[in-house]
Design a protein around this ligand. Sequence first.
Ligand SMILES: [Zn+2]
Length: 277
Amino acid sequence: MDTQLTPGVYRARQFIRKFHSTYREIDAAADAGVIERLRHGWYATPGADPAVVAAVRTGGVASCVTALIRHGLWIAPGYDDEIHVRKSKHGELDGIRHCHMFGPVPATPDAVDAIPVALACAARCMTPEHWIAAVDSALNQGKVTMAELDDVWGITPAWVRNMLDRCDGRAQAGTESIVRVRLRALNFHVQVQPYIADVGRVDLLVGRLIIECDSTQHHGSPTLRRNDYRRDRKALIGRWPVIRVDYHDVLHNWPAILADIRAITGTDLHRRRRQTS
Ligand SMILES: [Zn+2]
């Protein structure tokens, strides 16, 4: 398990290693109510993550988007309203929704699935563009590599390979991933994180149009905001038009944004001419 994760839920063997205790001491602590016995062989310490506790108590482990959020990946809003559980080999999850991963199903050694396994589950639970953004986030943060994913997954089904081919660990934000995927699907030539002299590294470049994503994250930091202003001036001098979009905009306002991108890059000139003639 990722050592940064502290779900507070452990198998007995992990408990013994982590707290230098014995099986007898664990049983005594559970009987005394100091720790909670969730099901055979699994225990929760006080203050344990409630979602992970619920996943283990129901006979599985926290996986899919529930695990990915805990690993610190960018996950599009709207996925955390239910707990995503992967069933243990002999677990019973009667009547409880659980996620299925593609490919061979590994054991459940940890209360929170590792990133490759959680991503394999999430491939069925997320939209393709949201899943690609999650993979981008894992790659960008250096929490996983393509080689590790290949290693854990083995032979991936064509529909997963198709999504994986569209991932790019250079993406700095989920919104950037989604804009890139959408524009490439429309055959725009999109450069990712190119360096422009005097301006610096930009998120996306389509023709001469710079697309900066999620710039609102700079709010509250005057230094970063002023750096954006400086970059905008330099871009203007270099004749590089800039648009800025955030996730809310992409989610609710995409047709208008796309129309503007087409207008600025001129890719829609032919169609617009025909419409106006
Ligand atoms: Zn799921």
